[in-house]
Design a protein around this ligand. Structure first.
Ligand code: SAH
Length: 481
């Protein structure tokens, strides 16, 4: 097989990056943008001995699962990999992904995986679900400022002010900012030269509160006071504020300073230009018993700054954390550890049902947020530790002999550090609830916990990211007698 060769292939499977997989002449072909069930004409881009990467040239016979993507840029943009597949089929893909990883990476037998896995919890509306948008700003060929999204694997900006995963209101906000930049000749940042001022635009909306936060990330070093000792960070700053403050819900307008030449979006220093420093939002507990996941009246409120981590899909987060709480099976007496606790989202949900909750989190600012959020909700039985879980936990175990009735973990994609898993096994909690954003590392870690004397009783996917390949999973493990 050679580069540029044209082949017809039927797509029989989907890979973990959302690519279609088919077979031709004994080769396995990976075809980005092809949907399971499609018969497609492809062009070979890169050929290896047994497999090849191919480009989708033409759909000859569309799959029954193929749909017209709502976003005109779905193919170019790096954000959505599955928009051309019906949402129902996306959920099956995600369910299969979790199941497959449990079997192939977690050492589950097929019957075992089927016995624990419950049906994935989908979204009611798989668009407009994100409460946060981070738009890069650049300069178009005609010299005008543009904003949009990066094309897959590049930093080329595809102009688009209306990503259909985000709020409709974002469009108006972005267009007002672009107009301000243009009128006042404020230069966009140029990644190659390191010159220019505006790097990114962050917009966050409290879905429950309706409060909106806009933060412009500027190519300015820390400690800068902004001209003349006043809080002027932008030319004609009052014009920007004037344009944005009239938008219903606008609560906070700020700038964040980041002169580093990295891919990290936010810097350390934030200055509020208008309104509040933070917005407030609430997450509600849901009734997981009936399967309809209706909201209960119980809620936890959060104060969110531009740099705080906050779950991006509040509707599905409520379902996920309500399941985690149900799996934890608390009676009011338990000591619970919430490892990788972030701003304490899960901890604060657990606190009302536990004797005591301890959280561990590496990002110092997030720990401060967690403490503030505990106070805001009048929660007095939650305590937070800042530091790497793999350091904090073993040390507290050795020195203070900490223990837990229940441990909840919610690690980043790379999963739990082995020192964390070791200490969890030594702490011998009765129950473990594992919340995961990557089924592959979840499966790997479950294997260790199963070998260490735990049984996986239940597991369930919760889709937080419609249109993309990502999926969250929550699992309940009990210590074997
Ligand atoms: N449960 C939280 C956040 C989960 S995201 C919430 O819903 O808000 C995973 C968290 O793990 C992030 O906050 C990240 O900062 C933190 N983290 C990453 N590596 C870590 C480590 N080695 N030790 C402790 N926390 C870590």
């Amino acid at each position: 097989m050679e580069k540029n060769e044209i082949l017809t292939v039927t797509i029989e499977d989907m890979g973990s990056a959302g690519e279609g997989i088919g077979r031709a002449d004994g080769y396995t072909l990976f075809v980005k943008d092809a949907v399971i069930g499609d018969t497609v004409e492809t062009r070979i881009v890169k050929a290896k001995k047994k497999y090849a990467y191919a480009r989708l040239e033409r759909v000859l016979e569309p799959s029954p699962f193929r749909v017209e993507p709502r976003c005109p840029y779905a193919r170019q943009c790096g954000g959505c990999q599955l928009q051309a597949m019906s949402y129902e089929r996306q959920l099956i893909y995600k369910q299969n992904k979790i199941r497959g990883d449990l079997i192939h990476l977690g050492g589950f037998r097929e019957e075992e995986a089927d016995a624990v896995l419950e049906p994935i919890v989908g979204m009611e509306e798989p668009f407009r679900y994100r409460n946060k948008a981070q738009y890069p700003v650049g300069t178009a060929r005609n010299g005008e400022p543009v904003t949009g999204f990066y094309a897959g694997r590049t930093h080329t900006i595809i102009p688009n002010t209306d990503c259909c995963l985000g709020r409709e209101e974002n469009k108006e906000i972005l267009e007002k900012i672009l107009a301000y930049l243009k009128e006042n000749r404020v230069p966009a940042f140029n990644e190659e030269t390191g010159k220019g001022l505006i790097r990114h635009i962050l917009i966050r909306t409290g879905f429950d509160s309706g409060q909106i936060m806009v933060c412009l990330i500027l190519n300015v070093g820390p400690g800068s006071k902004g001209g003349q000792g006043k809080k002027a960070f932008l030319p004609a700053q009052e014009k920007l504020i004037g344009a944005l403050r009239s938008i219903p819900g606008m609560t906070s307008i700020s700038v964040n300073l980041n002169a580093e030449r990295t891919n990290v979006i936010m810097g350390r220093e934030t200055h509020t230009l208008w309104g509040e420093e933070k917005i407030t939002d609430s997450l509600y507990l849901r009734d997981v018993g009936k399967g309809s996941f209706e909201r209960t009246g119980e809620k936890v409120s959060f104060r969110i700054s531009p740099v705080s981590f906050y779950q991006v899909n509040p509707q599905q987060t409520e379902k996920l954390y309500s399941l985690a709480l149900a799996y934890a099976g608390l009676t009011g007496k338990e000591t619970v550890w919430d490892i990788y606790c972030g701003i304490g989202t899960i901890s604060l949900f657990l606190a009302a049902y536990a004797g005591k909750v301890y959280g561990v989190e590496a990002v110092e600012r997030a720990v401060e947020d967690a403490r503030e959020n505990a106070r805001l909700n009048g929660i007095e039985n939650a305590e937070f530790f800042a530091g790497k879980a793999e350091e904090v936990l073993p040390e507290l175990y050795e020195k203070e002999g900490i223990w837990a009735d229940v441990i909840v973990v919610d690690p980043p994609r790379k999963g739990c550090d082995s020192a964390v898993l070791d200490t969890m096994l030594k702490m011998r909690p009765e129950r473990i609830v594992y919340v995961s954003c990557d089924p592959a590392t979840l499966a790997r870690d479950l294997k260790v916990l199963r070998e260490g004397g735990y049984e996986v009783k239940r597991g369930r996917g919760v889709d937080q990211f419609g249109g993309t390949v990502h999926v969250e999973t929550v699992c309940f493990l009990a210590r074997k007698a």
